[in-house]
Design a protein around this ligand. Structure first.
Ligand SMILES: NC(=O)C1=CN([C@@H]2O[C@H](COP(=O)(O)OP(=O)(O)OC[C@H]3O[C@@H](n4cnc5c(N)ncnc54)[C@H](OP(=O)(O)O)[C@@H]3O)[C@@H](O)[C@H]2O)C=CC1
Ligand SMILES: C[C@H]1O[C@H](OP(=O)(O)OP(=O)(O)OC[C@H]2O[C@@H](n3cnc4c(=O)[nH]c(N)nc43)[C@H](O)[C@@H]2O)[C@@H](O)[C@@H](O)C1=O
Length: 315
């Protein structure tokens, strides 16, 4: 990418797209192209075609998607499947039709089979049944990888796919029904501390293991991949370390300074028992995460406290 390249960041108001946009701006890229979902609904093929014909992006970061935590995924599977299939098919096909030089497709660690060996290696894709709570979303994300790989094979398109582990950071979704676990627990503990509440509710058993990557590290990996890697297949992006939801809740309680009890709500789903990424492929290519969970949580907490109204209004 040159500093004046026309670069489309799809989903620039989201957690990931926002971090990628901030990073590109900080590095002095001037040809940045963005649209909100109101301005351009990426499920609309004709609108996507017209947009690509008009703007002629040379590079595309595909970070627009219907995204949510375990409850949103299991409650709205039709929307997660349809929206994500349409967004991926429209953006990837338009990128091919309009000669995009390179596209980075963002997927998720939930593409791997529920009971695959740990840590999850890229070659485990399509080797077993998926986790039920996010099967619809995962199928759409797998279809997007397949699109990139087959457009590469048939047309020579330089389309690559990154599979991040669970993400968090400034600009996250803090809605308690729709969000992922880390922002949800951060918000719950802040509010419990302020209200002097004796306990905070944590969904599920607390035993599932999850790996968390700070979103600015993902933005760094995204630029690294865009600039230096051209290969088929998913490329895992993570830290290579996980912890239980119970331990995560304690890390967040400590950061917030909340000293009440944690109560586990067994009526809520646990989801997949573990999904630790094997990050050796990306390490061998030359990239590693640099932000510790402790630092990332502290930065996210500081951001949320400074932008609470904005964060809550966004979702
Ligand atoms: N969050 C996480 O923990 C993880 C995320 N990822 C991946 O990263 C990518 C981005 O996720 P994240 O940033 O968290 O998600 P967010 O929900 O924070 O942001 C998604 C963005 O997509 C845009 N969008 C959604 N639907 C449409 C549509 N129909 N047309 C146009 N734009 C649309 C929204 O735009 P607008 O604001 O304008 O409505 C929104 O800003 C996804 O592909 C996801 O799979 C992967 C692993 C973990
Ligand atoms: C990124 C990833 O994200 C999703 O998968 P997930 O990792 O299961 O998502 P999650 O962050 O919502 O939950 C992680 C764990 O945490 C527990 N948990 C406790 N208390 C709360 C809580 O208050 N909120 C939430 N959301 N979870 C909670 C929860 O019960 C579960 O055991 C999919 O969208 C999937 O498609 C995907 O790609």
């Amino acid at each position: 990418m040159e500093k004046t390249s026309r670069i489309y960041v799809a989903g620039h108001r989201g957690l990931v797209g926002g971090a990628i946009l901030r990073r590109l701006q900080a590095e002095g890229y001037t040809g940045l192209i963005t649209r909100t979902s109101r301005e351009l609904d990426l499920r609309d093929q004709a609108a996507v075609r017209a947009f690509f014909a008009q703007e002629r992006p040379e590079f595309v970061f595909l970070a627009a998607a219907k995204v949510g935590g375990i409850l949103a995924n299991s409650t709205y599977p039709a929307q997660f499947l349809y929206d994500n299939l349409m967004i991926a098919a429209n953006v990837i096909h338009a990128s091919h039709e309009h000669g995009v030089r390179k596209l980075l497709n963002l997927g998720s660690s939930c593409i791997y089979p529920r009971l695959a060996p740990q840590p999850l290696r890229e070659e485990y894709l399509l080797t077993g049944p998926l986790e039920e709570t996010n099967r619809a979303y995962a199928v759409a994300k797998i279809a997007a990888i397949e699109l990139c790989d087959h457009y590469r094979a048939q047309y020579g398109s330089d389309f690559i796919s990154a599979m991040p582990t669970n993400l968090y950071g400034p600009g996250d979704n803090f809605d308690l029904q729709g969000s992922h676990v880390l922002p949800a627990l951060l918000r719950k503990m802040i509010e419990a501390k302020e209200a002097h509440a004796p306990q905070v509710e944590v969904w599920g058993s607390g035993t599932p293991l999850r790996e968390f990557l700070y979103v600015d590290d993902l933005a760094d990996a995204s630029l690294f991949l865009m600039e230096r890697v051209s290969e088929a297949g998913p490329i895992n992006v993570g830290t290579g370390q996980d912890l239980s939801i119970r331990d995560l809740a304690q890390v967040i309680a400590d950061a917030v300074g909340y000293t009440g009890a944690l109560v586990f709500d067994a009526s809520k789903p646990d989801g997949t028992p573990r999904k630790l990424m094997d990050v050796s492929r990306l390490r061998a290519l030359g990239w590693e995460a640099s932000t510790s969970l402790h630092d990332g949580v502290a930065r996210t907490l500081a951001w949320y406290l400074a932008h609470r109204a904005e964060a809550l209004a966004a979702h």
